[in-house]
Write a protein that binds this ligand. Structure first.
Ligand code: BES
Ligand code: ZN
Length: 617
């Protein structure tokens, strides 16, 4: 049974808590296995304590000890996405307040859902293999047996043995390297994370990595082919960090590095402490996608310092982080820019609600995740419904300065802990004790526990959006005879942010005739745009308007990179274009083995591949 306080974990979180984790990995690129040992320092919370349960997923466990003595262990039944509970019986009894060191020796599975093992051909350099992890939400258990719940926070230390031509980095401070005493073809990299953090933030990458300094506390890491481009793209990092510190308080994690991953990395960014992971699709060449870095930097406070207690409260992580990200945009750019981004966010929310269906309980701000895989529940809803709620409160309670002061105080209050929506709301009412009548007028149930769009739509400033709306309307209203009136000059006044918004608006329209979309290619030549957010929306528009010759380009983008935000809608759109349904499935099957395990699993569900063949439990 899942833990009473966390529907996504089997581990015993009410009886004991992990305080520290000491990891030893030997990375085996031949077998795609991490030969591993972990020592968990566990604090006991009750008397007569003699057993505990850890989360695992596809681990091969060979030995468990407690304070050095052999301990009995047994694996429970396998659950489809939660993995297998590991029941450990101690050879002694402990009392409340005591500590025990539980050591587990194990191998990870080649199919571990947290890991993607890349062949040299799948890397930019083509010479060396590559390994990366992505633990959020429930995948850490496939690389470490642990209390895999964001309600538990611990420090960690790690030693990683890798072939000496490769480099290992982790979500921690680098603590030097030594030759592997067991094998002179290998090196051991060491890491320490002295700030307590949840298991989902453990992260590792091994590859032919290089790095370059981009600020007093920051380097960019990637294969050498991308280091210079990345250093240019993310050169605003230190300014963003300083801006975030002014808004939210001191940055406690020491270093802030960015690692640019291979194209199959499934997310835009991941806030791994000390080392944000980023997709190479952010390398637009003009820094126009750097809001993703502002977003991941913001998680250093909302998410990594103050953490959602379970994935049901994920909006606390993402809603506040989007709010902070846009505050950074406000400081570095303008208030109008923040308002413009908020308009785009509302549209993303509308699309997510349309995709899930307006009655789908997964569109609640606080969904019930009993027997729901958080990867299936993932969408823009916690981000944008969360942001809309915070912005609504900002307007009600006195504006950006007043509300930002609350967010900063919330961060101070709950730093180093994990919180529920209830605790957040109680603190809001305490902080604004003089404005309780205003707060009582908010329809909390509609915002938090009702599916569909929010009960209130904020009025955002449209200064920057107006040019996008008017160009979109020109295309929507144009008859075939009007098409000659469009020219490349139409785009002169639009920034790349506005181009993205223009294409998003077109995508929201019923249908743009094929003649129009073809003319758009003639005059704007969107096929040649390298900006991933532009290219993605353009190809979706072409598929939606049934432009057959563009389908191969859509499938190419879906497979050339694996960011789920792009790959899933592109596959889904082509699959929905009747004539090309089989082609979408065929291309997916051909690439499946080379795809990230989580992405492959979700695209398979989207394309209804292997239904009836899914093994649960
Ligand atoms: N923490 C998320 C990514 C994530 C969420 C991974 C849930 C696994 C499960 C990260 O901070 C994020 O939100 N990334 C966005 C950035 C965007 C909102 C600016 C992305 O990947 O696009
Ligand atoms: Zn985020």
């Amino acid at each position: 049974m899942a833990s009473a306080s966390d529907p996504c974990s089997f581990s015993s979180i009410s009886k004991c808590l992990t305080k520290h984790l000491n990891l030893t990995y030997n990375v085996d690129f031949e077998r795609h296995v991490l030969k591993s040992k972990v020592a968990l320092t566990i604090e006991v919370l009750e008397d007569h304590f003699s057993s505990l349960t850890l989360d695992t997923k596809d681990l091969k466990i060979t030995k468990v000890t407690a304070n050095g003595q052999a301990a009995k262990f047994a694996l429970g039944p396998k659950h489809s996405y939660m993995g297998t509970p590991l029941e450990i019986t101690l050879p002694f009894d402990l009392s409340r307040g005591q500590h025990v060191i539980v050591e587990v020796t194990y191998d990870t599975a080649p199919t571990a859902s947290a890991l993607q093992w890349l062949t040299p051909e799948q890397t930019a350099g083509k010479k060396h293999p590559y390994l990366f992890s992505q633990c959020q939400a429930n995948h850490c258990r496939s690389m470490v047996p642990c209390q895999d719940s964001p309600s538990v926070k611990h420090t960690y230390y790690a030693q990683v043995s890798v072939p000496k031509e490769l480099v290992a980095v982790m979500s921690a401070v680098r603590d030097g390297q030594v030759p592997d005493p067991q094998d002179n073809s290998r090196v051991i990299y060491r890491f320490r994370q002295p700030v307590p953090m949840p298991s989902y933030l453990i992260a590792i990458v091994v590859g032919a990595l290089e790095s370059r300094e981009i600020g007093p506390r920051s380097r960019v890491w990637s294969e050498k082919e991308f280091v210079d481009q990345a250093a240019f793209e993310f050169s605003e990092t230190e300014t963003m960090l300083k801006t975030a510190e002014d808004l939210a308080g001191p940055y406690v994690w020491g270093h802030y590095d960015i690692l640019v991953l291979p194209p199959s990395f499934p997310y835009g960014g991941m806030e791994n402490p000390c080392l944000t992971f980023a997709t190479p699709t952010l390398l637009a060449g003009d820094r126009s996608l750097s809001n993703v870095i502002a977003h991941e930097i913001s998680h250093s406070w909302t998410g990594n310092l103050v953490t959602n207690k379970t994935w049901e409260h994920f909006w606390l992580n993402e809603g506040h982080t989007v709010y902070l990200e846009r505050m950074i945009g406000r400081c570095m750019e303008s208030e109008q820019f923040r308002q413009f981004k908020a308009i785009g966010g509302w549209k993303d929310l509308q699309e997510a609600v349309n995709t899930f269906g307006a009655n789908n309980p997964l569109t609640n701000l606080v969904p019930d995740l009993k027997e729901v895989d958080p990867d299936d529940a993932f969408s823009s809803v916690p981000y944008e419904k969360g942001f809309a709620l915070l912005y609504h409160l900002e307007e009600l309670l006195g504006g950006p300065e007043v509300f930002m002061a609350f967010v900063k105080s919330y961060i101070q209050m709950f730093a180093y802990s994990s919180v529920t929506t209830e605790e957040w709301k109680n603190y809001l009412f305490t902080y604004f004790k003089d404005k309780v009548d205003i707060l009582n007028k908010v329809d909390w149930n509609a915002w938090m526990r009702t599916p569909g769009m929010p009960p209130f739509k904020p009025q955002y400033d449209t200064t920057m959006a107006d040019a996008c709306v008017s160009l979109c309307q020109r295309w929507v209203k144009a008859k075939e005879g009007d098409l000659a009136g469009f020219s490349g000059a139409d785009l002169k006044i639009l920034s790349s942010h506005q181009l993205i918004e223009f294409l998003s608006l077109l995508l929201q329209e019923e249908l743009i005739p094929l003649t129009h979309v073809k003319r758009m290619q003639e005059v704007y030549n969107f096929n040649t745009y390298n900006n991933s957010e532009i290219h993605f929306r353009w190809l979706r528009l072409c598929v939606k308007s049934r432009w057959e010759e563009q389908v191969p380009l859509a499938l190419k983008m879906a497979t050339d990179q694996g960011r789920m935000k792009f790959t899933r809608p592109l596959f889904r759109d082509v699959f929905g274009f009747g004539k090309f349904r089989d082609e979408a499935v065929r291309v997916f099957q051909a690439h499946r083995a080379a795809m990230h395990p989580v992405t492959a699993g979700l695209v398979a569900k989207d394309l209804k591949v292997d239904v009836g063949n899914i093994t649960s439990f």
